[in-house]
Design a protein. Structure first.
Lengths: 81, 613
């Protein structure tokens, strides 16, 4: 396990391409975490809203976040796509 | 500044040529200065690249208190070993309105104290040991790292090479003075009386302007002092001259800055000049104090460079002690000497040539200027579509805003020519200059700002195209066409309000979501517009002439909205917050937005079917 991690770190150290890909992966992961947290908070907010127009707007925002998250997860699974 | 630099080149060439002709040994000292200055340049580049704009970011945050501003000035000058660079950055930030004058004063005091670190380092280590032995490995490792593709390694390479060349330069200068001893004795020029001190002070002042570095002047002085070529009195007078001389470059750089920037440059100059005026007549007394402290600290005559370091620190401290209690009076005086110039809306407010010294600073001032341009442009757009700017940004619903009288609505094209075109041209010219020496990341940021400006102008031009029809149809007796144009106006209003929200919201995720949501609405309106207009024609609710105007204007408003939303994204989602980073793969494209709208329509249809059954 330790040697696997060590080889991964060495690989990153020697290959600029791998290093940049890893950086992008981490950035994407962080962004997805932010989106997940926002999605959760908007869902909770939606429960307490009765005004139809406000509800509609919030639903739209939630759908935007869902689409972005789906795109991000897809990219995380297939980085070369 | 250009003229000054052009003049300096032939003067330096003649000065050096004569020196080499009359004193062949002088060559080694001159080579030492050249290597030392090259080392300073490399060091500066290395620190800037390694810190990744940290100095500039820190500068923006020193506004909190005077001690923090002084500490910043001290630490940054000690790190980059250049008070000129720190002052030029501070002037640019002040000119861009990013820090107040009081903080700038703190930076001046700190930078002055920071320059003494160089004197201490050279006096303590540089002259007592052979630095070339340390320089050589530093140069080898530096070159190895310099050729690495990773930016941080190449920055470290610059840093090591800078240090290596600095050490090598110091050694050359030291050896040069030792060999010069046999051919010339500089002690014969030792100042006699106050006029003599004044003459040597002027010499130090001119030498620093020519070398454009007080560090280089001080190094020469320390080296000459260490081999007994000059007396402590002469060295002290040169040091005072160097301290005043180092303020000239920022003073010249500030000429292109606005009043705020010029005030700070003048403060730096006055700070050192006033201290010099007080210290020079009292030089014998000051040197007596230095001798007294030195003997108490066990420093012998063989270590006279350390005495000069004591003097330099004492000089800078005296300046701080004089200016610190008088800072508020000084601020008032500066406001009187350099009053705020009358604001010309058609000219850039924050851009200044001094900011081009550091690309990070250039980016910061361009961002401030573009935000200013956005404020001008959004004001023109709001007025152009028949609303009042000040009322628009209150919480009032858009449908309840006061309608402007037709005579009070300015012509968008005319407003563009009068207020925007000049600022826009200045920004584009400035970005082009800044890109000449930017790194890949900085270049990307500058291109984004360029794009933000371009989109902004595109939006203004779009509003110009639909202004005439908007004015004609908003009050048209045909309610369908009047309502359609009211919707066009509301669409622009909603977009501007979403941008205002993004601008004032702390959390970038919220800001981004607000803009994405507005883009979704824009796409929906675009998708529905053709069917809507066709329906109007089929039911003969509007004429075909009205319909074609509406179709064209719907296309304009779509472009205006998308351009403004791009500006909002590029300008108001903070770049230095980690959560602001949105990988490109998460950005929504037109297909994604259409799919979302389709999904939402289906959901709503299902819900209405369920409710009706």
């Amino acid at each position: 396990m330790i040697s696997k991690k060590l080889f991964k770190k060495l690989g990153l150290f020697f290959s600029r391409k791998k290093f940049e890909a890893e950086q992008q992966r981490k950035e994407l992961q962080d962004a997805l975490k932010q989106l997940k947290a926002k999605h959760k908070s908007l869902k909770a907010e939606l429960e307490n809203i009765s005004n139809e127009e406000e509800r509609q707007q919030l639903e739209e925002k939630i759908t935007i976040l869902e689409t972005q998250r789906r795109k991000g997860i897809e990219k995380l699974r297939n980085p070369d796509s | 500044m250009d003229l000054f630099k052009r003049m300096m080149l032939p003067v330096s060439m003649i000065f050096l040529g004569l020196g080499f002709w009359f004193y062949p040994n002088f060559e080694k000292i001159a080579a030492g200065i050249a290597v030392f200055l090259f080392g300073l340049w490399m060091l500066e580049r290395g620190v800037q690249a390694l810190s990744g704009g940290l100095i500039e970011q820190a500068l923006e945050k020193v506004t909190k208190s005077m001690p923090r501003a002084i500490s910043f000035g001290f630490v940054s000058t000690a790190l980059v070993q250049s008070s000129t660079l720190v002052m030029v950055l501070a002037i640019s930030f002040l000119a861009a309105g990013m820090i107040p004058l009081s903080s700038g004063l703190g930076v001046v005091m700190g930078a002055n104290l920071g320059t003494t670190t160089g004197t201490w380092l050279v006096a303590t280590f540089g002259l007592s040991m052979s630095l070339s032995k340390i320089a050589l490995p530093l140069l080898i490792f530096g070159v190895l790292l310099l050729f690495q593709s990773r930016t941080s390694y190449s920055a470290l390479g610059h840093l090591l090479l800078g240090m290596g060349f600095l050490f090598l330069g110091i050694d050359y200068i030291k050896e040069g003075f030792i060999s010069l001893q046999s051919s010339i004795d500089l002690n014969q020029f030792n100042p006699k009386g106050f006029l003599g001190v004044l003459a040597v002070f002027v010499m130090g002042f001119i030498m620093t302007i020519i070398l454009q570095s007080s560090h280089a002047s001080l190094l020469l002085t320390l080296s000459a002092l260490s081999v007994g070529q000059i007396s402590l009195t002469m060295a002290a007078s040169i040091t005072v001259g160097a301290c005043v001389g180092t303020t000239i470059i920022p003073l010249i750089s500030s000429l292109s800055a606005n009043a705020a920037g010029r005030r700070l440059a003048l403060t730096h100059f006055l700070f050192n000049l006033v201290t010099a005026i007080i210290v020079l007549p009292l030089l014998p007394l000051a040197l007596f104090a230095v001798e007294y402290i030195s003997s108490a600290a066990g420093i012998t005559d063989a270590n006279s460079p350390l005495k000069l370091a004591f003097f330099h620190t004492g000089f800078s401290m005296t300046g701080v002690l004089i200016i610190f209690p008088l800072r508020s009076q000084l601020e008032k005086l500066l406001l009187v000497i350099i009053p705020e110039a009358e604001v010309t809306e058609s000219k850039a407010r924050f851009l200044n040539l001094a900011a081009l010294e550091s690309t990070t600073t250039a980016i910061a001032v361009t961002r401030s200027e573009t935000i200013y341009l956005y404020e001008l442009a959004s004001g023109i757009i709001i007025n152009g579509i028949g609303w009042q700017s000040h009322e628009f940004y209150q919480d009032k619903p858009l449908t309840q805003l006061t309608e402007l009288n037709k005579n009070a609505i300015a012509d968008v094209q005319l407003s563009y020519e009068q207020h925007i075109k000049g600022v826009y041209s200045d920004i584009i010219g400035f970005i082009s200059s800044a890109r000449e020496k930017s790194s890949d990341v900085q270049d990307e940021l500058l291109r984004e700002l360029w794009a933000a400006n371009f989109h902004l102008i595109d939006a203004v031009k779009g509003v110009k195209h639909l202004q005439r029809n908007l004015q004609n149809y908003l009050s048209h007796p045909n309610q369908y066409i009047a309502q359609s144009y009211q919707e066009i106006r509301l669409q622009i209003g909603e977009v501007l309000r979403a941008i205002e929200f993004a601008k004032n919201t702390e959390d970038p995720t919220d800001s981004r979501l607000a803009l994405d949501h507005q883009q979704l609405i824009t796409e929906r309106i675009r998708d529905e517009s053709n069917a809507l207009i066709e329906n109007f024609i089929r039911k003969r609710q509007i004429t075909t002439q009205m319909a074609t105007s509406l179709m064209t204007d719907k296309s304009y408003v779509n472009k205006v909205s998308l351009s403004l939303l791009s500006v909002g994204r590029l300008l108001f989602i903070e770049k230095d917050k980690p959560q602001a980073k949105n990988p490109e793969s998460l950005e929504l494209e037109a297909d994604d937005l259409s799919a979302i709208n389709q999904k939402l329509d289906e959901q709503r249809l299902e819900l209405s079917v369920e409710e009706s059954s």
